[in-house]
Design a binder for this molecule. Structure first.
Ligand SMILES: [Ca+2]
Ligand SMILES: [Ca+2]
Ligand SMILES: [Ca+2]
Ligand SMILES: [Ca+2]
Length: 469
């Protein structure tokens, strides 16, 4: 019988050690644990995934044995029924059925979490029957080779890990002999022998492991106005930029967007190796990587937006993983009128128009993004759109491209003509002020500007959209 129980017990424990945590919460020992765990669990920090109490029944009673949290200190070799004084929480943490000789388990995950979180001190567990339930149950004590054991499973960067803790103190106390100590005995008791008996209770304590503190990584994406790869004090955070978290096996664990001030933070991480990927917003490129000597104010994104791998130590919050963005300049390329409409500060896209103002179009001075937007969407003249209104819109897009360093050489003559037209005529003049030939010229200018903005003439459309021009 002894030999058989050893065989029953140790393969189960060994399997748990190798593959991870037991997922089964039933009151008897179970087979090998489930290998699978979600990536969400990987982000749950170093917190306890499960805690299981193992008690070996030496004499079965057929009764339920309830587990309670002990609420004050006791000494294995000194505690008595009287000195203990019923110091346990009346509500049960769980129970097992002492129906047969052998190992029994109870899920005590919540209790272990509370101990490790410091919600309450670890004074151990008390095992008892319900009121006046007999006959009593017997278990092996830690003075035997079938010691009460607490298995705690927690997540690490390499997956779940479990530790088996042998009881560091156990005894039973008996109301019939309320001043006797039984700390050195090989059996533990719970319950009543019969109606005339008085109650026995078992006390067990474990020393808990120290689990690694969670880590965090962050934290900033910004508009690098001077393209130098350094976070200057006047440069603003970039809202709504997607940041993805990977472990260094290239498995994506989480994704979030930067907040209104450009910040992101992945916290409650298991200490280990991670990197982040910044997803480039349309119309931008990443600042040069690793400029200067201060890692706290540089840009860490490579051309593909990915940082190098870094190790987060237990308890570490590393906020040096940042990315600078800017509008490409000096490439001489053009952007469509649609791009400028959506980047004039009235939608989810960032406002890149304002820094390029003021711009003059003949007699029209465009001084702010609201005016620019009204012109680009052809809503500035009061009435319905007309040829002048359309020309003005395309002209503004051309001049925004120029202010953004696009080469205007291909439309230099047309620009001069357009300035002249918008000096001589306002949008209200379309109906009466212009001759048929002049209207034709206006329409032709508008088409040329449209072609320029679309990259059909001139330096070509900026290819960082991935468009085929
Ligand atoms: Ca003992
Ligand atoms: Ca800068
Ligand atoms: Ca950095
Ligand atoms: Ca930072």
């Amino acid at each position: 019988m002894l030999r058989m129980t050893k065989l029953l017990f140790f393969p189960v424990m060994a399997a748990i050690l190798i593959v991870g945590c037991s997922q089964d919460q039933s009151s008897t020992t179970t087979g090998p644990a489930d290998l699978s765990f979600s990536t969400a669990a990987l982000l749950a920090g170093a917190e306890v995934q499960s805690a299981t109490l193992y008690v070996h029944v030496s004499t079965a009673s057929g009764n339920d044995v309830f587990v309670h949290r002990v609420t004050s200190e006791w000494d294995e070799m000194a505690v008595t029924f009287n000195s203990f004084g019923g110091a346990f929480d009346a509500s049960s943490e769980g129970s097992f059925l002492a129906d047969a000789y052998g190992w029994k388990t109870v899920d005590v995950t919540n209790l272990a979490k509370g101990w490790l979180a410091g919600d309450y001190a670890n004074f151990g567990l008390l095992l008892k029957h319900g009121e006046l339930v007999f006959p009593r149950s017997l278990f092996y004590s830690r003075e035997t080779d079938r010691q009460p054991t607490l298995e705690i499973c927690y997540m690490t960067a390499d997956g779940p890990e479990c530790v088996q803790l042998i009881a560091v103190a156990d005894t039973y106390i008996w109301e019939s002999e309320p001043n006797s100590n039984r700390g050195a005995l090989t059996r533990l008791y719970a319950g009543w022998q019969n109606e005339t008996d008085l109650e026995k209770q078992t006390l067990i304590r474990f020393e808990l492991p120290e689990l690694p503190e969670p880590a965090a990584i962050g934290d900033f994406v910004w508009y690098d106005a001077n393209n130098d790869g350094i976070q200057d004090t006047n440069e603003l955070g970039a809202e709504g930029v997607t940041v993805n978290l990977f472990n260094c096996d290239d498995i994506m664990l989480s994704s979030m967007m930067t907040n209104a001030d450009g910040y992101y933070l992945f916290d409650n991480l298991i200490p280990g190796d991670y990197y982040v990927e910044f997803v480039l917003p349309e119309g931008h490129v990443f600042s040069p990587q690793d400029q200067g000597v201060d890692d706290a104010v540089d840009s860490d994104a490579g051309l593909d937006g990915v940082t190098v791998c870094t190790t987060l130590e237990p308890g570490e919050t590393d906020l040096t993983w940042d990315a600078g963005l800017y509008m490409p300049e000096g490439e001489g390329c053009s952007l469509t009128i649609g791009f400028w409409k959506t980047h004039a500060g009235f939608g989810p896209q960032d406002d890149v128009v304002t820094p390029l103002l003021p711009i003059s179009l003949g007699a029209i001075d465009v001084t702010n993004a609201t005016e620019a937007h009204d012109i680009l969407v052809q809503k500035y003249c009061g009435g319905p759109s007309n040829g002048i209104v359309k020309l003005t819109a395309q002209f503004l897009a051309v001049m925004l491209n120029g202010a953004n360093s696009a080469d205007l050489g291909a439309v230099a003559g047309e620009i001069e003509t357009a300035h002249q037209i918008l000096t001589d005529y306002s949008c209200e003049d379309w109906k009466k002020g212009l001759t048929k030939a002049e209207k034709k010229d206006v329409n032709s200018l508008k088409s040329t500007f449209d072609d320029y903005n679309n990259g059909l003439i001139g330096p070509g459309h900026c290819d960082f959209f991935g468009d085929d021009d």
